[in-house]
Design a binder for this molecule. Sequence first.
Ligand code: GRF
Length: 187
Amino acid sequence: MAQKKIAVFASGNGSNFEAIAAACAGGRIAARVALLVCDKPGAYVLERAAKYGVETFVAIPKEYASKAEFETAIADRLDEKQIDLVCLAGYMRIISPELLGRYGGRIVNIHPSLLPAFKGAHAIQDAFESGSRVYGATIHWVDDTLDGGEIIAQRAFHYTGESIAEVEEKVHALEHELYVDTINTLI
Ligand code: GRF
């Protein structure tokens, strides 16, 4: 059977990208990261991709006439690379109908909360400020709702300390493990 191909979409730091790329390189995921799609030139994730020899497609939205054209260019590149699974990992854009029409059902996202609680861009801070004692991360299918697609996997931990930095560190470490394990299940 041909090896499955993953595309990761990321906009910034890329620690989840690196966890996935390292797991593929080390044989912990039976697939290959065939493409990194990044919408931010200069994002640190691009350096991580270079380190792992992963091909990158830097797609800058303002260089396209419309969001549909931007996403068409991305979907064309995914087609070219024959991508089986798209993993959003800190990709700070809503996926719109163009890409969902072509790759819907094959796009997953990781979110740093126990969805449906704490949707949006400040999930860890929102959870911390709520006084929660349980934190976690969720992998879900991507649809046209914000962090609202069907949940695939979740993992949680109990934390009663006072440091948001510590919570963030624990959430990210847990995310890396959860993403690797979940991708393995999906492929
Ligand atoms: C992660 O917390 C992820 O859940 C969220 O964005 C963050 C990305 O971190 N969607 P990184 O770029 O993978 O380090």
